[in-house]
Design a protein. Structure first.
Length: 281
């Protein structure tokens, strides 16, 4: 019997219960934000958000909409807990990570509420494994206050363009400089590595450019060490939205299409590097 058809045991009430026919849809998204051991999970009626942060400078969010799940039920307005992302990924891939045609790992996920473990029921080929993962008190998350009304510049690029850029630019550089402008060079990525300065320009009418909305010229630098984790999401994505606000905070939103053609999003927020002056720009 599929997990989605199995009723909970008599008398059990779960704050969160969800099921997926293919656990790989979840594990691949979680790997895209797995640059720290722990994550904060927030479940609401609209879906599940998994947040990872590092050094109060970068935040990654994986959004898995409720429609992606075969069953998704939240009994409270919101359910929030902290969990070891490393352990969660180990459990989700307990039957292996290789994709064998015609086989998939079904998942049922249950959480009773504060103080209880997250329970995973995984089934493949008639074999069922039950995992219990301890949950913790969630930390207070950074609020980048990145609402659409505060966005100064925004472009949408086909991901292959950014993948090529990351392959070509000199990653011995400590920073990646991003210039967005209504005039030339429009969108420029620059590095300053051992081999000298390198610049990569994208004209606004480039085939890779899907949308271009720049209101003012901005040049900001970001530590490459902070941006590198986002390349996991970039590798999975088909499009990326690049936004900046007036303070130079950066939002990279990756659109990811899973094997079933369903759309999910992974978003990275990054602080600008403060150790530069106007003269350096």
């Amino acid at each position: 019997m599929p997990f989605s058809a199995q009723p909970p045991a008599s008398g059990e009430r779960y704050a969160l219960s969800a099921s997926l026919d293919n656990a790989r849809h979840l594990s691949s998204l979680l790997r895209a934000v797995h640059f720290q051991d722990h994550a904060t999970c927030l479940a609401t009626a609209s879906g599940l958000r998994v947040t990872v942060e590092d050094a109060k400078c970068i935040q990654a969010n994986a959004f898995i909409q409720a429609e992606i799940f075969q069953e998704f039920s939240v009994q409270e307005e919101s359910v929030m807990f902290r969990i070891s992302l490393s352990v969660l990924l180990d459990c989700l891939t307990i039957f292996g990570t290789s994709s064998v045609p015609g086989t998939s790992t079904a998942l049922r996920m249950c959480y009773r509420g504060y103080g209880y473990p997250l329970m995973l029921f995984l089934e493949e080929g008639g074999v069922v494994t039950v995992c219990k993962i301890n949950t913790q008190e969630p930390d207070e998350l950074l609020d980048f206050d990145f609402c659409s009304t505060k966005v100064v510049n925004k472009i949408i690029l086909q991901s292959e363009g950014l993948r090529e850029a990351f392959a070509e630019l000199d990653m011995t550089s400590e920073v990646l400089q991003i210039t967005m402008s209504p005039d030339k060079p429009y969108f420029r990525l620059s590095t300053f590595g051992n081999a000298g300065s390198a610049h990569l320009d994208y004209p606004r009418d480039s085939d890779l450019m899907e949308a271009f909305h720049c209101n003012q010229t901005q040049t900001n630098r970001y530590k490459i060490s902070l941006l590198k984790p986002s390349t996991k999401a970039l590798a999975l994505s088909c499009k990326v939205s690049i936004r900046t606000d007036a303070q130079g905070f950066l939002s990279l939103q990756y659109m990811i299409r899973n094997e079933d053609g369903q759309i999910c999003f992974v978003e990275y927020y990054c602080c600008p590097d403060e150790n530069i002056t106007e003269a350096e720009l």
